[in-house]
Design a binder for this molecule. Sequence first.
Ligand code: TYD
Length: 133
Amino acid sequence: MNIKLLKMKVLGDERGKLVSLEANKNVPFEIKRVYYIFDTLPEEDRGKHAHVNLEQLIIAIDGSCEFILDDGKEKQNIVLNRPDIGLYIGKNIWREMKNFSYGAKLMVLASDYYDEKEYIRSYDEFLKICKEK
Ligand code: TYD
């Protein structure tokens, strides 16, 4: 499955900690967009889509959340709960996010601008695309 957990280098001293994210260095693509998710609730799931071409790197800056990742052949569950671990999700991976801790904060770096046409929001369509590949 085209996903990876990336451990980010933490720069820290007595004042606190810092992680730097750089395109084509520790982030494996050119970053065109950053968005963040906050005010989350444990009973509210998110995601339930795939992207045709988009690559993303997702970091739980605060709190935690569970990802169910699916490439049409296998599924994998990953819990993000550390601000120094990034979850890279490649193209055409169905993702669902659940079990958010109250007020979790997820930062998402994306390889392209927002484009609703690029989303696959039907699971049946996603499976069809996987079979064609
Ligand atoms: P969506 O990607 O479906 O959220 P999630 O995967 O976290 O459940 O986006 C939610 C809404 O926000 C949807 O109407 C599209 C819109 N949106 C933008 O306008 N710009 C963006 O960059 C993103 C990520 C979403």
